[in-house]
Design a protein around this ligand. Structure first.
Ligand SMILES: Cc1ncc(C[n+]2csc(CCOP(=O)(O)OP(=O)(O)O)c2C)c(N)n1
Ligand SMILES: [Mg+2]
Length: 453
């Protein structure tokens, strides 16, 4: 190692300072830190007896990576051909690509539970969507096309794992035991709603299920998840942290901040991208270039997996493998689930205005629920009569909870200012009195089922 190299190693990551040191060998007073353990950058020579400086430096060493010096100037273009392959177990028709080998399968009880939950989720979404269209509550979002992404991954996680979701992953709560009644109460914001009517519909969240409350601004959950994972790691917590987000949300600056923190601090967090092709009316080919979201793992030094998000078996095994990697290495993983939003973005959207019906139909043909059903039937674990029984029962149950939620009284106006502080501070008290007086004077402008008290 030359004196120059020592000097360069000494100044670590500061490029400008490094350049200055480069021209001033006299600064080479300290031994460079061991590159791989300290993370500092050093100059190195692979020539034997390099000490003395005759050979010159041959490469930069950063951690385990050697960056060679070369005499040619090259612009390294990203490859249009290299793509992280997409793992799948089921083909488009629902048959295992592994035939009868039993590879990447699951036991019957788990398979049935996954399928039944996917059907319940589909039914819940169908009827809640219709209820919203009838004006019974204010807003709704479905996850049609992504049932396998959500339920497959929920099944591959542990209850102890902390979840920071976007908004289309309510199936995970269903998997963790949230009742249909609780879904309906939250959407109606009624007296039984655990959010006390303070959140928009579908902005669920509950401590007992380790699921943080959804917040509408895109991608805010990613840095939070990286931070929570880091805190949990320091505390020796057993679970990992998982954060779900859409490929559209991945265009936010917060995505990059979160990835960099997680990678440099080795946070045990799973970055779970639901790439469903659309961010409202923006198609994914206007959202990013290169090898998609999983392809970004390489730049952040983060292991990546790409999965067919419309394949429940692949989703389950990929999530489980990612989780195991995270636990064993106490470091992050990024997973990209490739699917398609077969529904409108939300009840405020009409997707036929910006995409072709033929495109929607082509993706619907890969419906994740039907594909999984075909596989279950092939195993002899599911029959047509079980199918119609489950669908009828789920429909009845969802209609009932909607009906009950609708009849339940609403939370009082006063709930707007309680619980924020231990005691309601004067400024909130004043605002409350103001809005109450206004509501009493303008009853017609207020929902008539909201008690003004
Ligand atoms: C910071 C921010 N910008 C814009 C929006 C409006 N918005 C809500 S959802 C959405 C699209 C998100 O797409 P994606 O992340 O792919 O998730 P998907 O809806 O496809 O599941 C946009 C632009 C927002 N909520 N927050
Ligand atoms: Mg999307």
């Amino acid at each position: 190692m030359t004196a120059t190299a020592r000097a360069f190693g000494m100044v670590g990551l500061r490029w400008l300072a490094g350049c200055r040191a480069f021209g001033s060998p006299a600064l080479g007073l300290l031994d460079p830190p061991a590159a791989s353990s300290s993370g500092r950058r050093a100059l190195a020579s692979s020539a034997a007896g390099g000490e003395g400086g005759d050979q010159g430096s041959e490469f930069y060493q950063f951690r385990d990576r050697k960056i060679p010096f070369v005499p040619e100037l090259t612009i390294h273009k990203p490859s249009d051909e290299i793509a992280i392959p997409c793992f799948r177990v089921l083909d488009d028709a629902g048959n295992s690509v592994h035939g009868d080998s039993g590879e990447y399968e699951v036991e019957e009880p788990l398979a049935r539970k996954m399928y039944e939950t996917m059907v319940r989720l589909q039914t819940l979404d169908t009827l809640f969507y219709e209820a919203q269209r009838q004006g019974r509550f204010s807003f709704y979002m479905t996850c049609f096309g992504e049932e396998a992404t959500v339920i497959g991954s929920a099944a591959g996680l542990e209850h102890a794992d902390h979840v920071f979701a976007q908004y289309r992953e309510h199936g995970l709560l269903l998997w963790r035991g949230q009742t249909l009644q609780e879904f309906a109460d939250q959407c109606y914001g009624n007296h039984r709603d655990y959010n006390k009517g303070r959140q928009m519909p579908i902005h669920y969240g509950r401590k007992d299920m380790n699921v943080q409350t959804i917040s509408s601004p895109l991608c805010t959950q990613l840095p939070q998840a990286a931070g929570a994972a880091y805190a949990n790691k320091l505390a020796g917590y057993e679970g990992i942290t998982v954060t779900y987000f859409g490929e559209g949300a991945a265009s936010e600056g917060d995505f990059h901040a979160a990835m960099n923190f997680a990678s440099t601090l080795s946070c045990p967090v799973l970055f779970f991208c639901r790439n469903n092709g659309w961010a409202i009316s923006t198609p994914s080919d206007e959202q990013y270039t290169g090898d998609g979201i999983a392809g970004r793992g390489q730049a952040y030094g983060m292991p990546a997996i790409r999965v067919d998000g419309m394949d429940a078996l692949a989703m389950y095994h990929a999530t489980k493998a990612a989780r195991q990697y995270i636990v064993e290495n106490q470091s992050p993983v990024i997973l990209e689930a490739m699917s398609y939003r077969t529904s409108h973005h939300s009840t405020s959207d009409d997707s036929s205005r910006y995409r072709e019906i033929s495109e929607m139909k082509a993706w619907k043909a890969r419906d994740p629920v039907s594909r999984f059903q075909v596989w279950l039937e092939g195993k002899g674990w599911w029959t047509e009569s079980e199918e119609s029984e489950l669908r009828a029962e789920a429909r009845k149950e969802v209609m009932k909870v909607l009906d009950l939620a609708e009849r339940e009284r609403k939370r009082p106006l006063r709930d707007m200012v309680t619980d924020v502080y231990d005691e309601v501070p004067q400024h909130l008290e004043r605002q409350y009195e103001e809005i109450k007086a206004f509501a009493l004077k303008n009853k017609a402008l207020f929902p008539n089922d909201t008690p003004i008290e």
